[in-house]
Design a protein around this ligand. Structure first.
Ligand SMILES: Nc1ncnc2c1ncn2[C@@H]1O[C@H](COP(=O)(O)OP(=O)(O)OP(=O)(O)O)[C@@H](O)[C@H]1O
Ligand SMILES: [Mg+2]
Length: 324
């Protein structure tokens, strides 16, 4: 299989991530890749695009042989995450401890980042269980946080390591206090919190490696100054983390009016096209990643036939995350 298995489609809110990732899914199956589309949009827009409901396990997309989709609901993920932690700890700790921890977990899950942390865990689970697919396309959620979090497993690994270290030391201290001057017993071995931390460390290591070695990022932008600036920043930060940016898809490009058309509408469109062309030229020159496709603005929302049409505009490099 050529290219990278995991393709993350990113970009600011509303630029066309869901559209491009859905079209990309079609493009991949047209090329013969068994493909999984993963969405994290709470608005279930992938479902809208295909006019079909999806759940949190892969389901065939009707009418598109070889394409499966799943939609993760971040809110549900946060809740599921909390319940699972509680269950795991519940088997190992006393009831009052569990209640106390549950309270803390609940608080922790309301803090900023909890959402992303839960999603991150699910992303990792998905990445771990996709052997049957040639390609997995992630439609990253509009809360730019997901992308940032994905870029950070290394930092997280370091952070977890410090937590592990702290936990080990506090177990030692506790033991010393409890048994006086004797050497502390190695209770650390059966410590549930420590085990949990070790598990997370392993998870971050896996995620980091998979993201660096087997994934690539495709960024969607619109042909305007703000979007260009955002995209440039996103490329810099992703590459700064050692991740591969396969390229950029420019979406919602205004179609040129026919030469004989006149009137205010046509004049407006020409001026608009002119400035968009300038932005695209600038993007080609300044961005540290290739422009993989330019997709025109359509009159209607992109689904059905239109989606197939958009898919046909994406070249193979988009599907394989920018690899030639
Ligand atoms: N090329 C296009 N022509 C016309 N409409 C488009 C085009 N691309 C996207 N749209 C429409 O614009 C809206 C936003 O697109 P989309 O949902 O793909 O963006 P998004 O980046 O996923 O948004 P969000 O950040 O909210 O998840 C949708 O209604 C979609 O149908
Ligand atoms: Mg979307």
């Amino acid at each position: 299989m050529d290219g990278r298995t995991f393709v993350f489609v990113g970009g600011k809110g509303g630029v066309g991530k869901t559209t491009v990732s859905s079209a990309l899914g079609l493009r991949c199956v047209a090329d013969g890749d068994r493909t999984l589309l993963v969405s994290t949009d709470p608005a279930h827009s992938t479902g809208d695009v295909f006019d079909q409901g999806f759940g949190d396990t892969p389901q065939p997309v009707e009418g598109h042989e070889g394409l499966d989709a799943l939609e993760l609901d971040p809110e549900e993920e946060v809740e599921r995450h909390r319940k699972q932690l509680r269950r795991e700890l519940g088997t190992q700790l006393s009831a009052p401890m569990v209640n106390e921890i549950d309270l803390q977990l609940e608080m922790a899950h309301r803090t900023p980042g909890a959402y992303e942390a839960a999603l991150f865990d699910r992303f990792v689970e998905v990445m771990r269980s996709t052997e049957e697919y040639d390609r997995v396309v992630f439609d990253t959620s509009p809360t730019g946080g997901t992308l940032r979090l994905l870029a950070l497993p290394e930092l997280l690994e370091g952070w977890i390591e410090r937590l592990i270290d702290k936990r080990e030391r506090s177990i030692d201290l506790y033991e010393k206090a409890a048994i006086g001057r004797q050497t502390p017993r190695r209770v650390a071995e059966g410590d549930p919190i420590l085990a949990r931390l070790e598990q997370r460390r392993e998870k971050f290591a896996f995620a980091g490696e998979t993201l660096r070695e087997e994934s690539s990022f495709v960024l969607v932008m619109n042909p305007d100054t703000l979007s260009l600036r955002e995209t440039s920043r996103a490329i810099d930060s992703l590459e700064g983390y050692g991740l591969t940016v396969g390229g950029v898809v420019v979406n919602k490009v205004t179609p040129e009016p026919d030469p004989h058309e006149e009137g205010t509408g046509a004049t407006y469109l020409r001026a608009r096209c002119e400035s968009e062309r300038e932005r695209i030229r600038q993007a080609r020159e300044e961005l540290e990643a290739p422009i993989l496709a330019e997709i025109e603005s359509r009159v209607r929302d992109v689904r059905g036939e239109l989606l197939a049409d958009v898919a046909s505009k994406l070249d193979r490099r988009t599907a394989v995350g920018g690899a030639e």
